[in-house]
Design a protein around this ligand. Structure first.
Ligand SMILES: [Zn+2]
Length: 266
């Protein structure tokens, strides 16, 4: 745990500093050092199970990659809202991988097959064209009118994204599965595709919850004297974190009800 005792705390709640609630503090250290994503996944699984279907999405930072997205989708029916991991960062910006998703075929009015090769790029879905020199060119990001989630007989979950593919023979709907392909060891498709892509006008507002949650860590650290943890060893530090979380949650609970009852009176 070292100097970062607040790691592993998952914050959630309404916007506004006093109304956040800490759901599950946990030490990240020892054998777990360098594994914040695995620890967060474990904690999230417990919080999601306790919420009894009340969690639909998780906002998390870039430490969550395709395999983590898949775990949450597959086991809990919950998806991750975060930014796509770039292939490279340069002075002028970031570049992203293009992941081919396969071929979708529809029938033209003349009864012929028309093939479209879709790809994921920066979280979006695109139709692609291969030019004469073999270069893969992406069309505009496809419009997505629907997202489906269903539970299978074995209790796991499956998502599907509907995308409108424009075609001169007539537009059609392609259903795209965001889960890893069989044998896809690094979940590349899931890593580069997003159920809510950054290009969505709704993304900034929802992703902003992450900064809101980070602020709760900052508030805890502001209670340290001279910027030092109040105890030595991860057990004592976890106790300090738990005590602070309980105090914070009690205050948030009180303020929430005080605000709510004032509104009721008004
Ligand atoms: Zn077509």
């Amino acid at each position: 745990m070292g100097r970062e005792p607040a790691h592993g705390a998952l914050g959630a709640g309404q916007r506004g500093l006093p109304l956040r609630a800490v759901q599950a503090p946990r030490a990240v250290g020892g054998q777990r050092l360098g594994q914040p994503a695995a620890t967060a996944l474990e904690l999230l699984s417990r919080v999601i199970a306790a919420a009894g279907g009340g969690v639909q999405a998780v906002v998390y930072d870039g430490a969550f990659r395709g395999a983590h997205h898949h775990q949450l989708m597959h086991h809990h029916g919950v998806y991750v809202i975060n930014k796509v991991h770039p292939a490279a960062r340069t002075d002028t910006g970031r570049t992203y991988r293009t992941v081919p998703l396969g071929t979708w075929t529809h029938t033209t009015p003349r009864g012929r097959d028309c093939h479209h090769h879709l790809a994921a790029h920066h979280g979006d879905l695109h139709d692609t064209v291969t030019t004469d020199d073999g270069t893969l060119t992406l069309g505009p990001a496809l419009h997505r009118p629907q997202l489906r989630r269903h539970r299978r007989a074995d209790g796991t979950w499956r998502f599907n994204i509907a995308a409108v593919v424009p075609c001169r023979h007539g537009d059609f709907i392609a259903w795209v599965n965001p889960h890893p392909d069989a044998g896809d060891r690094n979940a590349g498709r899931t890593d580069q595709l997003r159920l809510l892509p950054e290009s969505s006008p709704r993304f900034p507002g929802i992703y902003g919850l992450r900064n809101d949650s980070e602020a709760i860590n900052a508030e805890f650290k502001r209670t340290f004297v001279a910027d030092r943890a109040p105890a030595l060893g991860w057990r004592r530090q976890l106790l300090a974190a738990l005590a602070w979380a309980i105090t914070n949650n009690a205050r948030a609970h009180h303020l929430h009800h005080a605000t709510h009852s004032r509104r009721s009176v008004a």
